[in-house]
Design a protein around this ligand. Structure first.
Ligand code: 13P
Length: 249
């Protein structure tokens, strides 16, 4: 059975002290669960977060990394750097990285390769913009994002891939995809992976939904058969809300 996952993407929020405070609240409130729970603090707080959560089942993951091994890339962070502070999983392809930092499917394919070469797990984000959906191009856009960044991989590599479908129009806007819209797209994604690889690969990959997930709407979204959890932004910054979302699965 594929894994259920709830991950909190803390984005560029919380300094060291604020991160310590949030982690300590999470440690107190986190229920025992079969669900894999992950949090992605800012780079500067990864080491402390890893040390703080080392005895807990909550995994600390990174929000991004560079594809190069090392070198003259001012301001960037490598896979080895992440691994040296205990990080095993990295989010790649978030729509904010694509929109504000010019990340393309081609650079993302390189990042995915580097992460996998380092035995890391990739949480790969993708999703259409509002115009794509209005123009009825959302399936095409999503298929192309998957093809360009992931479909060069061998089937065996997919055990280290988590997919996170995040329609751009639903991120931070308060406008969530309806459970039906999420299910329709997740089913399409699974079918696309099955056609390229096999039913086995498609059935094994966890597909998370992200975009304005809140305690109030999480249960309905997570109850869809092809939705295997969520990638949570704003609501993951409040321990109470994040825990309620974990409990909704
Ligand atoms: P919100 O939950 O704030 O809409 O953000 C979703 C997201 O971008 C998670 O990566």
């Amino acid at each position: 059975m594929r894994k259920k996952i709830v991950a909190g993407n803390w984005k560029m929020n919380n300094d060291l002290g604020q991160t310590e405070a949030l982690l300590s609240k999470l440690l107190k409130k986190m229920p025992e669960t079969e669900t894999e729970v992950m949090v992605a603090p800012a780079f500067t707080n990864l080491r402390m977060a890893f040390d703080t959560l080392i005895q807990s089942p909550v995994e600390v993951i990174a929000q991004n990394m560079h594809f190069a091994e090392n070198g003259a890339y001012t301001g960037e962070i490598s896979a080895d750097m992440l691994k040296s502070v205990g990080i095993q999983t990295v989010i790649l392809g978030h729509s904010e990285r694509r929109a504000y930092f010019n990340e393309t499917d081609e650079t993302l394919a390189k990042k995915v390769d580097t992460a996998l070469e380092h035995d890391m797990t990739v949480m790969f984000c993708f999703g259409e913009e509002l115009e794509d959906r209005k123009g009825d191009n959302h399936f095409k856009v999503v298929e192309s994002q998957l093809e360009k960044a992931l479909f060069h991989l061998k089937a065996a590599a997919w055990k280290n891939i988590i997919l996170a479908y995040e329609p751009v129009w639903a991120i931070g806007t308060g406008e969530t995809a309806t459970p039906e819209q999420a299910q329709e797209m997740h089913k399409f994604i699974r079918k696309t992976v099955a056609e390229k690889y096999s039913d086995k690969v498609a059935d094994g990959v966890s597909i998370l939904y992200g975009g304005s997930v809140k305690p109030q709407n999480a249960k309905e979204i997570f109850s869809q058969p092809d939705v295997d959890g969520g990638l949570i932004g704003g609501a993951s910054l409040k321990a109470k809300d994040f825990v309620a979302i974990v409990e909704a699965i």
